[in-house]
Design a protein around this ligand. Structure first.
Ligand SMILES: [Ca+2]
Ligand SMILES: [Ca+2]
Length: 522
């Protein structure tokens, strides 16, 4: 009943929507999928997985497609160039023979992030997923990317995860010695390799604190989201992996990629490829992984850094985490905090039957390393949640605190979306900070945004992607894939932000990136 009331409250809030985001087609990604509409993954026209603006004012966006290509898009001409291609599977011309991208939504070339000192050092970081069972070497193949020097390249031992292991998430540091062209020339260095139990919820997003300056302890310190590998919903012993501090599943990690950075306040990692800050919360806990910054998350696949231009004390790391059957959540990430999964989902208890129930009277959960210890911890709860129901969605996408120029009415608001339905909402950032109070039932209110495209207002990205999908040759009657709330077809939408703080919405189904250029009804 309490949950029902909470959901009615959320939907009532949604009904008061007044603002329509104006979006315009920005760039059509080359079709890397199949137009037949028969599968969940191959049938997405292009699995665009993000957008990062190159630092330094070059006016270029770097855009990864999970299927392998990493494009550079010139912001002036909208011209697209293949910079690298991660798909070196048999019969393909890219770099990694073991790239896994067939299934699991976030598999393939997942993300990239630029080093804060990129202008001087040309470094950036990527995450991709590998299937160790595939044929071929896991050393990069530079046949078609001769600028990549692979002499001396070596892989790292995978960091182990309890239970059966199928896939590995790989973090690589790239150094381009000439950032003024659209080709790669330089070196690559594998930093980290992590085992995952299943094809879902793998090594996810990367982010540096954008407010950190040279000399700050946070300068060039990398935060990494790591999904639970599907472990938390299993009915076997791996169910506790996101709670166990002896592995990297279901965690936010914090490392220093550069071995020469912060040497006095950090230690060398086990594999010798990165450093671990001494102020990470579990560096002194026997048996715990020192890389862990926060834990107990199902699939925190998108990270953002909320920067409040009026007050740096309000800056926060935010993780959007996909829920199981009930709640989608936005979480403010704190050092050492336990976000409860798979003992909690949203602001409720998660039972072993994977249904939610009201929280216990004494809201504490045991601290686990490999086994349960004598300690307990009070879980940390989301600041925004929405349900799997009409007006809600199936899986939270990306979100950003907006401080751009195009939509004055949304400054100071956190804008976020649902992947499958393509619904977009905002919440007031001050309400989110207020809801970060240790109380499970205080949450920021959500407000739905409509979408204006080609002269018509839509409730969600779904029908927009549907029109473009069909016009680009897609054969599925609506959209490929399916989900509980979105039904037959998924919009497969997410948000992105450029260096000016302006927003984009991209959809895998039609392989389109659209710019959010303004709003009406402000
Ligand atoms: Ca280059
Ligand atoms: Ca709260």
């Amino acid at each position: 009943m309490r949950r029902l009331l909470a959901m009615i409250f959320l939907f009532a809030a949604n009904a008061s929507a007044e603002i329509s985001l104006e979006i315009k087609d920005y760039v059509a990604l080359p079709i890397t999928g199949l137009v037949d509409g028969k599968t969940n993954y191959d049938a997405l026209l292009a699995r665009v997985s993000g957008l990062r603006e190159e630092p330094g004012g070059a006016n270029r966006l770097f855009v990864p497609d999970l299927n392998g290509p990493l494009y550079i898009v010139d912001k002036d001409t909208r011209k697209l160039t293949v910079y690298l291609d991660f798909n070196g599977r048999e019969g393909k011309s890219g770099i990694f023979h073991k790239l896994f991208m067939e299934a699991g939504y976030g598999s393939g070339l997942n993300t990239l992030y630029f080093d804060p000192d990129y202008r001087r050092n040309g470094k950036f970081y990527t995450v991709h997923i590998e299937d160790p069972a595939l044929p071929g070497s896991n050393i990069p193949d530079n046949t078609n990317f001769p600028g990549l020097k692979i002499a001396g390249y070596s892989t790292t031992p995978a960091i182990t995860t309890p239970g059966p292991v199928l896939y590995e998430g790989v973090l690589i540091e790239w150094t381009d010695t000439n950032t003024s062209n659209a080709t790669f020339e330089g070196t690559a260095r594998e930093l980290l390799r992590v085992q995952y139990n299943t094809r879902i919820h793998q090594l996810g997003d990367l982010i540096f604190n954008p407010a950190a300056k040279p000399g700050d302890p946070e300068w060039r310190v990398l935060y990494i989201s790591s999904g639970d590998g599907g472990a938390g919903e299993a009915n076997t012993s791996i169910r506790s992996n996101p709670q166990r501090l002896d592995n990297l599943s279901g965690k936010i990690l914090r490392i220093i990629p550069d071995l020469n950075e912060h040497t006095a306040t950090s230690t060398l990692s086990e594999n010798g490829r990165y450093r671990i800050p001494n102020d990470n919360p579990f560096v002194s806990k026997p048996g715990a992984r020192k890389e862990i910054w926060a834990y107990g998350l199902r699939n925190p696949h998108r990270l953002s850094w909320a920067v409040d231009p009026t007050n740096p004390a309000n800056n926060r790391l935010i993780a959007n985490s996909v829920g199981l059957h009930t709640w989608e959540t936005v979480n403010i990430i704190h050092k050492g905090a336990n976000y409860g999964y798979s003992l909690r989902e949203g602001n409720e208890m998660l039972q072993v039957d994977n249904k939610t129930a009201k929280l216990p009277a004494i809201d504490k959960i045991p601290v686990q390393v490999s086994d349960i210890t004598d300690e307990t911890v009070v879980p940390t709860y989301p600041v925004i949640e929405y349900g799997h129901g009409p007006g809600g969605g199936d899986a939270i996408g990306a979100g950003f605190l907006y401080n751009g120029k195009a939509i004055p009415a949304l400054r100071g608001k956190y804008i976020f979306n649902d992947i499958s339905t393509g619904r977009i909402w905002y919440a007031d950032y001050k309400e989110m900070l207020a809801a970060d109070d240790g109380k499970p039932n205080t949450l920021a209110q959500t407000h739905e945004l409509k979408i204006l495209w080609n002269g018509q207002v839509y409730d969600t990205m779904f029908p927009i992607a549907e029109i473009a999908y069909h016009s680009r040759g897609g054969k599925d009657p609506d959209l490929p894939g399916r989900a509980t709330v979105s039904g037959s077809g998924r919009a497969d939408a997410r948000l992105a932000m450029d260096a000016a703080g302006e927003l984009y919405v991209y959809t895998k189904t039609d392989g389109m990136i659209r710019a959010i250029t303004g709003a009406i009804g402000e």
